[in-house]
Design a binder for this molecule. Structure first.
Ligand SMILES: Cc1cc2nc3c(=O)[nH]c(=O)nc-3n(C[C@H](O)[C@H](O)[C@H](O)COP(=O)(O)OP(=O)(O)OC[C@H]3O[C@@H](n4cnc5c(N)ncnc54)[C@H](O)[C@@H]3O)c2cc1C
Length: 375
């Protein structure tokens, strides 16, 4: 094999968030050692993967993503611990809503073989007893998922990158992807801020920038939407039990969970913004207050010690995009993980690595890139 042909086995991954890192970890474990991860920032995880609520939530839509979430949660529960370098506290979750709405969600997932183990519908009266902060909450029922919880997300990202590097992958921080170099219809290399890198495969795991990377490369023009969402932290509070499950009102879209002696809260906001560093919306605190007043009056007036925002990036049908691009040979997508990229990261990386390695996977068609071709 000529040196040039050898380097075309190289895989370059754009983005060291959870999507890129988990893909690198699984590729390396499957024997792909010639891997380069490009990250434009000084450190990995500075965007969506470092600004989320770190919750592992299995009961989600669509059903294909729920299957990834269930398998992802199972894998993380098995792996977590001192040796892996990250923890996963499984206090469970309560999804709040109407009895009919939650029963329909449970039945839809059960029918598709995607329901989390031990998931159970409980009625409203018992909810305040489970979580004192929910006193006065107007939800009719809850779905209780005992295997859900909160993961140390920085430790998880570090785990993926460490495992990839231990097996030979190179992480290049402060290195920006600029363009692909082609021969005919296929990729033979990439231009970066650190120079030219010969490679036969480019993995687009650029989070909110996936659309931009595809546009530069001449891959399929999928209109991804980066949606801004804010999170609030109260600082330490009396009477917060760290053993509470996370509580998510899925009909009115707000959630709370214990965090560092206080509460982490979210008003479930979604606004379309450009990929980048999101500004804070000055009206966001009002939205949170209005939602809590209407749906969980027992929470009362809460102090806000910290407020930040991050981007959840969605494809047009809000499902993941994982697979080869139909227009550009060598271009692979791991994109649009929306609000479930922590929970599903293990499975996303596993599926992506199998497909890049040419293996068949039953899940592949649910996330295929060509579903957007006729739009
Ligand atoms: C407020 C909020 C709460 C959330 N809560 C949860 C939750 O509780 N549970 C859950 O499962 N998910 C949650 N999520 C979703 C989860 O955080 C995302 O799905 C996940 O982090 C997406 O990872 P990513 O690797 O695709 O993107 P990112 O983490 O954004 O990574 C993409 C990386 O690509 C790099 N990059 C981009 N362009 C280039 C380029 N040209 N050259 C080099 N590098 C480049 C960027 O710098 C970035 O580091 C939440 C998200 C937000 C914003």
């Amino acid at each position: 094999m000529s040196p040039s042909a050898r380097h075309r086995d190289r895989i370059v991954i754009v983005g060291a968030g959870l999507a890129g890192a988990a893909t690198a970890c699984h590729l390396a474990a499957n024997g792909h050692r010639d891997l380069v991860i490009l990250e434009k920032e000084r450190l990995p995880g500075m965007h969506s993967s470092g600004r989320n609520a770190a919750m592992i939530r299995q009961v989600v839509r669509p059903t294909a993503v729920a299957r990834m979430a269930r398998e992802g949660a199972r894998a993380l529960a098995e792996l977590a611990g001192p040796a892996a370098g990250f923890g996963f506290v499984q206090n469970g979750s309560l999804l709040l809503g109407s009895r009919a709405g939650l029963a329909a969600l449970r039945d839809e997932l059960a029918g598709a073989g995607a329901l989390a183990p031990d998931c159970e519908l409980i009625t409203g009266e018992g909810l305040a007893l489970e979580v004192q902060a929910l006193e006065g909450c107007r939800a009719e029922a809850a779905l209780w998922t005992p295997g859900d919880g909160v993961v140390d997300v920085a430790g998880l990202l570090d785990h993926y990158l460490r495992e990839a590097r231990r097996r030979g992958a190179t992480l290049m921080t402060e290195t920006q992807f600029f363009d692909v170099v082609r021969e005919g219809d296929r990729i033979v290399g990439v231009q970066t801020s650190a120079g030219y890198i010969e490679a036969g495969v480019l993995v687009n795991a650029a989070g909110p920038w996936v659309g931009k990377v595809a546009e530069i490369a001449g891959a399929s023009p999928i209109p991804f939407a980066p949606l801004r969402r804010h999170l609030f932290f109260t600082g330490p509070l009396d009477d917060v039990d760290p053993a509470w499950p996370f509580c998510w009102d899925v009909e009115n879209d707000w959630y709370i969970r214990p965090e560092s002696g206080g509460l982490l809260l979210c008003a479930g906001d979604e606004s379309l913004v450009a990929a980048g560093e999101p500004d804070l919306d000055p009206a966001i605190t009002n939205l949170l207050e209005e939602k809590l007043q209407a749906h969980a009056p027992g929470l009362g007036d809460l102090p806000i010690a910290r407020l930040w925002a991050g981007l959840r990036t969605f494809s047009p049908d809000r499902s993941f995009v994982i697979g080869w691009d139909p227009r550009l040979e060598g271009f692979f997508w791991v994109a649009g993980l929306g609000g479930h990229g922590v929970t599903t990261s293990w499975e996303v990386g596993r599926l992506a690595a199998r497909l890049i390695g040419g293996k068949a996977e039953p899940m592949a068609s649910s996330f295929a890139v060509d579903r957007f071709e006729d739009r």
